[in-house]
Design a protein. Structure first.
Length: 283
C-alpha cells in the first residue's frame, strides 16, 4: 500500500482510508473481519464520526490491540466548545483510545457554522485545549463548501481538510480547486471524500446501496479511474464510499500503486463527467 506524508509531521498514511461507516449496523464479528481485511491490505488511516450510527461502538473493539498501528481520525459536528468537548470524550471512550491522531470539525458548510466555531465559546476553543492536553495530535475539518474551507484556513492553522475531491466536480471546474489552493498556501494536507461517487440519487428513487446518499460508480473500471484521478491530485488519501464492496474496489485499484491516467483513460472519465451533474457544490 502506497503511503503519503500527512503534512510535515513525519506521519505517512495509506492512500486508501477505512471509513468507519463500513462497520455501521454490521455485527461485531463482521466489523472485526472488515477491519482485519483492511489492515492486512495495508490500510492504516481510519476515519469515523459520531454521526455514523453505531460505527464508533464497532470500530473500537475491532481495533483492540492494533491502535498503535493506525492513524485514527474522528470528528464532531458540534459547533460550541462544551458540545465538542463532550463529544470528544465520548468518542475516545467508545473507540477505546486515549487520543486521536486527527480530530476534525465535521461537515462545515455555512458561514454561520464558521462564525460559531471561531467565536467566543466556539468549538475551536475545545480543539485547541484538547491538543494542549495531548488528547489529539492534529486538528482539521471536513467541508462541503469552498467558502467555509477558505474562512477556516484564514482563521487558524489547521493541519488538514477533508473534502469532496470528485472527478466530475474537478473536471467541470465547479468545486474543489479553491480548497486545494487554500491548503497549499498554508502547507495543509488534503484528504478526499466522494472520489468514487457518480451522482445524487434521483429524488424519490429506491436504491440498493446502503449507507450512501449518492450513487457510486458501479462499473469497477470507471470507479478505479475516478479514484486514480483524485489520487493524482495533491491528496494524501481518499476514503471510499461506506461499504465493504467499494473499499475492496479501491484496494484492487491501488494494489500495484497509483498510476496516473493515460490520455484514453482520461477521455473515458471525461465522458462520464459530461454525463452527470456534479454532487458539489451543494445546491
Amino acid at each position: 500500500m502506497e503511503r503519503r506524508p500527512y503534512g510535515t509531521s513525519g506521519d505517512r498514511i495509506s492512500v486508501i482510508g477505512y471509513g468507519g461507516i463500513v462497520g455501521m449496523d454490521e455485527t461485531q464479528a463482521d466489523s472485526d473481519r472488515f477491519v482485519a481485511e483492511a489492515l492486512d491490505a495495508g490500510i492504516d488511516y481510519f476515519d469515523v464520526a459520531p454521526s455514523y450510527g453505531n460505527a464508533e461502538e464497532r470500530l473500537g473493539p475491532s481495533l483492540q490491540g492494533r491502535r498503535n498501528d493506525v492513524f485514527l481520525a474522528c470528528k464532531t459536528a458540534e459547533r460550541d466548545a462544551a458540545g465538542a468537548r463532550r463529544e470528544l470524550e465520548k468518542s475516545l471512550r467508545l473507540l477505546r483510545t486515549d487520543r486521536f491522531d486527527l480530530y476534525q470539525l465535521h461537515g462545515v458548510t455555512t458561514r454561520a457554522d464558521v462564525e460559531r466555531i471561531l467565536g467566543p465559546g466556539g468549538a475551536l476553543e475545545a480543539f485547541v485545549r484538547a491538543k494542549e492536553q495531548g488528547l489529539v495530535r492534529h486538528l482539521g475539518f471536513s467541508a462541503h463548501s469552498e467558502e467555509a474551507a477558505e474562512a477556516l484556513f484564514a482563521a487558524f492553522p489547521f493541519d488538514s481538510a477533508l473534502f469532496p475531491a470528485n472527478y466530475a466536480s474537478l473536471l467541470q471546474g465547479v468545486f474543489g480547486a479553491r480548497i486545494f489552493a487554500a491548503a497549499k498556501a498554508r502547507g495543509a494536507t488534503c484528504l478526499a471524500l466522494k472520489a468514487m461517487a457518480r451522482a445524487a440519487w434521483p429524488e424519490g428513487a429506491a436504491h440498493d446501496v446502503p449507507k450512501a446518499w449518492y450513487e457510486p460508480i458501479r462499473d469497477e473500471r470507471l470507479a478505479g479511474l475516478a479514484l486514480r484521478y483524485t489520487l493524482s491530485r495533491p491528496v494524501a488519501a481518499a476514503v471510499p464510499p461506506g461499504n465493504i464492496g467499494a473499499l475492496r474496489v479501491a484496494l484492487r485499484t491501488v494494489r500495484d500503486g497509483v498510476r496516473p491516467l493515460d490520455p484514453d483513460e482520461l477521455a473515458d472519465l471525461t465522458r462520464l463527467s459530461d454525463s452527470v451533474k456534479p454532487l458539489f457544490p451543494l445546491d
